[in-house]
Design a protein around this ligand. Sequence first.
Ligand code: HEM
Length: 413
Amino acid sequence: MAVVPGEWTKNPPIVNLRSNGLFEQGVPYAEFKTLRDEYPLYWNEEPEGFPGFWNVTRHADVTAVSLDTDTFRSGDGINMYNPVGMPEEVLKAINSGSMITLDPPMHTAYRKVASPFFTLQAVQKLEGRIQAITTSILDEVTERGEFDFMADVAAPLPIKILCDLMGVPKSDEQQIFDWSNKAVGIEDPEFNSSIEEGTMNLMQIFAYGQQMADDRRKCPHQDLMSAMVHAKPEGDPIPQHLMDGFFLLMVIAGNETTRNSISGGMHALIENPDERQKLIDNPDLIPTGVEEILRWMSPVMHMRRTATKDTQLHGIDMAEGDKVVMWYPAANRDDRVFDDPETFNVTREPNDHIAFGIGRHRCLGARLGQLQLKIMFTELLKRFPDLELTGPVRRVRTNFINGIKTMPVRVNN
Ligand code: HEM
């Protein structure tokens, strides 16, 4: 029986998924379980001036919405990044200005341009470089003994690999790190004191990308930025507003995700010493351990879609233009798919997690992220088997990335 949408806007407010502050305290796993079991299509009201949005939390529903790109489009924004007071043109660049916010056939053409940088062969070529960076990061912290795991171990590897890939010089790595923190923490007062400051930060990222694009137009290198500016995916060069969004996408997607998988993964291993010991005793388990880390902490917490037409899910009507948010941490702990989902199990097989998304937009950098995680955890567990926390873990105030802000640790050997 179809339900009148108005009725359903009255589902009880189990949890406010729009609240960045909620996620700063921790992922609401208990509430996600209630939604999966009782409100698989859950309506979340929003403050005055915003339309509200639907939420899917079951693995099968996140999969179905991701795969049905005719009914649920990525154009019009893939997250809830719409802070009050942000100028229209900046919102436009974020919400409809990059590969991740395109739909077929345009998406297919653009993705083809970047894909050669992420093939198995291309990623394997980076193995030596990833290994060398990892070694130098761990050498440096060994000397100090106590350090912030996020800033000193988890952050530098993905930043350096991303900058190599894009063609950003080493001297600007710190700048990219700061920009990316401020972009993800747009509503975190520790990163941005006002929406104007957050907007200014985004404008600086766009300006930097534009400068790079101009340079590469005149003088191509072997990097991804050069490939993008010289490509003609639909017969013409990629317009600048799409290059802006692409640069921002790479700064965040190639960096925050892997960084937080390293921090969140290490945190999970510290909290589950028996599982950590299994990986120390048998490093061949590290690949399955990495997949379990991704399932366990889902570094990207949500992606959003927009209904292209009136449709239904679980017998409930959704109208054309409605927003639908897919929650990966919820889908990845769905007991309809995973045995004992609330247990962190580094030997879990099969492990059909969807931390990289699924379908046409499935993460282009998945292989690269996985390789960095495998190398980093192999070295970490070999060199620091008893790494321990020395203080509380602080989280970023955002509902988008499962972000750790600081994680103080000590090495005991
Ligand atoms: C553990 C690390 C990572 C995780 C968990 C992750 C997760 C995701 C997710 C959930 C999506 C969106 C899927 C969707 O909209 O349906 C995505 C897309 C994307 N990711 Fe990643 N990502 C990771 C690492 C990376 C890296 C290292 C790069 C590049 C250097 C990258 C580049 C991209 C790009 C370009 C897209 C857009 C693909 C498209 O729209 O076709 N990601 N990622």
